[in-house]
Design a protein around this ligand. Structure first.
Ligand SMILES: [Zn+2]
Length: 352
């Protein structure tokens, strides 16, 4: 058995409030524990979105009742809430800005709406951006102009990793994360029904995937972007983008270790040390996970805790299984069973 620290996932969507048929704080944090994660940072694009004191309370009250692993909740940047979210920063994971997406209350139509957030959000926390391709370049320019940390979510393209490398060489305060699906899948994968390939950023080309693997040292974190939608939705006329990922990430990475494409220190750095540092997360005492590095099995959605009922990695042969999770002194997961009650999870921003 290999012992690792409790893993941190800085990017999950738990769909509560608003779409608990897909996932909620209970099933989402159960999936996290089964995947070896003891801290998750939950994104704010729920219904309603989490973007002021009132909506933050809605999310945190649900989490307090239901979460089984530790967590923090992101705030979302809107067109006129820069002061409000800045004043709530100590209670949140960080600030999320959607620079490409155009929907609802988190819609930021032009760069004048980015400026107050970059000015006001406390610099001890990163601003996390969904910013693809040239929008990502704009976000890096903002990091330089405002001299503050910016964390780029789910990078997927060769042009992105190369630009982040260049920005880091210039000393710009930029960090980034990559998702398992952008490291293990390409856009021309066959065998998946079309709706089940839909994810944002889209799956990229082999050239992009190769560039990510060639620049592993530039990647600060592995994040799942766990974004569950039901199978019915994925196979419908208008499939929403997003993959579940909490329960498949570590097995995929351990398999890459067994194939000498990755090392255990890489996993610890990108799934524990770096996210802990970037998001200023507190130490979790008496917390660790155990993995059986030699366990060989097939990934199957039927064994997962996520409510969404599917995985893009169905049937993949992997080597490496989470066998036990200890969270703050209690056995929280063992051999396929969640052993802590709903509500055991703590808001890590309360613990400070
Ligand atoms: Zn996301």
């Amino acid at each position: 058995m290999l012992k690792l620290p409790g893993l941190i996932d800085p990017h999950v969507h738990f769909r509560e409030p608003g779409a608990t048929r897909k996932e909620d704080w209970d099933t989402g944090t159960s999936a996290a524990l089964a995947g070896g994660f003891t801290v998750v940072l939950a994104m704010p694009n729920t219904k309603p979105p989490i973007f002021d004191a009132q909506t933050l309370d809605i999310a945190l009250n649900a989490a307090k009742l239901k979460a089984r692993c530790d967590y923090a909740q992101y705030l979302g940047a809107g067109p006129d809430n820069a002061e409000i979210v800045a004043s709530l920063a100590d209670k949140a994971a960080a600030l999320k800005m959607y620079l490409d997406m155009t929907f609802g209350e988190l819609r930021l139509d032009d760069m004048t709406l980015w400026m107050p957030h970059f000015e006001k959000y406390p610099k001890e926390y990163p601003i996390v951006v969904h910013a693809e391709s040239r929008s990502m370049a704009a976000a890096i320019l903002f990091a330089a102009i405002y001299n503050r940390p910016v964390h780029i979510a789910h990078i997927s393209l060769k042009e992105e990793i190369l630009l982040i490398k260049a920005a880091k060489e210039k000393g710009i305060k930029v960090t980034c994360e990559v998702c398992p699906h952008h490291l293990f899948l390409t856009q021309d994968l066959s065998g998946l029904r079309s709706g089940r390939k839909e994810v944002r950023p889209r799956l990229a080309t082999q050239k992009d995937v190769d560039a990510l693997w060639e620049n592993l040292n530039i990647i600060d974190c592995f994040a799942t972007d766990h974004a569950p939608h039901t199978l019915e939705e994925k196979d419908s006329e208008n499939p929403p983008p997003g993959f579940p990922g909490l329960e498949t990430a570590l097995p995929l990475f351990l398999t890459a270790v067994s194939e000498s494409r990755l090392t255990i220190p890489d996993i610890i750095e990108k799934m524990y040390t770096n996210p802990k540092k970037i998001f200023h997360l507190p130490e979790q005492l008496e917390t660790s996970i155990e993995v059986d590095e030699d366990a060989k099995y097939k990934i199957t959605a039927a064994e997962q805790f996520t409510r969404c009922g599917w995985t893009p990695f169905e049937g993949w042969k992997v080597k490496g299984r989470v066998s036990r999770v200890v969270l703050r002194g209690r056995e929280a997961y063992r051999d396929g069973k969640i052993l802590v009650e709903a509500g055991y999870g703590r808001n890590i921003r309360d613990a400070l």
